[in-house]
Design a protein around this ligand. Structure first.
Ligand code: NAP
Length: 269
């Protein structure tokens, strides 16, 4: 199948109000000449970004929506597909919790699973069916994480939610290998965004940490893998090496190493 050509095409980006989603939307408009459809809960931030993208020559659309709500997800699907064709969808919205799983609290657990898992499954199935029906080479990008590659003590629900996404994305890609569409799963390591900051991890995992990437190159690599229609992509040489090591080493050892690394930050909360 040919590479994705996003030029002059409408592309959905969830979680576009900050971090990786915001930067991917910016690069889609600037470098790919696409028209991003911006989705997140914070409408004011989306409106600011839409103004910036208009300056870049794009015609952005804005949908304020909460991915934990089934009615909002149905509205996003309808608004992105009914008024004009959609070329590609990037499901990037996500949340984390850092700390012992028993301390997370029911509401936070439910919100994390709804955002990172339920919404991703719901919208993936809708968009894959839509792209299959259109038969014109649509692309779906799922933003997962290297946290999906091994158990994540102290980010237990987050790691498990991303393990779901990485497994689901690859399975979907195989089920549609013969169809005119692609499913790409992106697995970054740390990225210097609000997520790390608000999880209380930024003292250690900040832009000076070798495993934490700046958001601009990370977004560029994500969009590169998306356009090439890669099935799974881990950005950066060090991340690739770490991903390979965690595949080769015993899972019990890798789990202990993750826990040891995170314990440095944990008591300061
Ligand atoms: N930062 C990292 O180290 C890292 C590493 C690997 C993978 N990732 C993944 O990268 C993706 C983007 O994260 P980020 O680092 O850019 O974090 P971020 O800066 O906190 O951005 C998260 C985005 O998700 C949106 N979002 C969260 N809950 C939502 C909901 N219920 N409904 C709609 N939108 C929602 C937020 O928008 P509103 O709050 O305005 O709704 C925001 O735009 C996530 O899937 C994350 O798991 C991040």
């Amino acid at each position: 199948m040919k590479n994705l050509d996003l030029s002059n095409k409408r592309v959905l980006v969830t979680g576009a109000s900050s971090g990786l989603g915001l930067e991917m939307a910016r690069q889609l408009a600037r470098d790919h000449k696409a028209h991003p459809i911006l989705v997140a809960r914070r409408r004011d931030r989306l409106a600011d970004l839409a103004k910036e993208l208009e300056q870049l020559g794009a015609s952005p659309e804005l949908i304020a929506a909460d991915m934990t709500r089934a009615d909002d997800r149905a509205r996003v699907f309808a608004e992105t597909t009914e008024r004009a064709p959609l070329a590609a969808a990037i499901l990037n919205a996500g949340v984390t919790f850092f700390g012992r799983a028993v301390e997370q609290g029911r509401e936070s657990v439910d919100g994390l699973i709804a955002t990172n898992v339920t919404a991703v499954v719901d919208l993936s199935l809708r968009y894959v069916s839509y792209f299959k029906q259109r038969g014109d080479g649509g692309g779906l990008l799922l933003v997962s994480s290297m946290a999906s590659l091994q158990p994540m003590p102290y980010q237990a629900t987050y790691g498990a939610s991303k393990a779901f996404v990485t497994s689901f994305g690859q399975a979907l890609a195989e089920e549609h290998a013969g169809d005119a569409l692609s499913v790409t799963t992106f697995c970054p390591g740390g990225i210097a965004t609000d997520m790390i900051e608000s999880a209380g991890m930024s003292e250690k995992y900040n832009k000076d940490h070798p495993m934490v990437m700046a958001v601009e190159p990370c977004a560029r690599l994500a969009l590169g893998a998306f356009v090439r229609r890669d099935r799974v992509y881990v950005p950066g040489a060090l991340n690739k090496l770490t991903a390979l090591s965690s595949k080769l080493a015993p899972m019990s050892l890798v789990t202990k190493l993750v826990a040891r690394d995170y314990r440095d930050v944990l008591p300061k909360r």
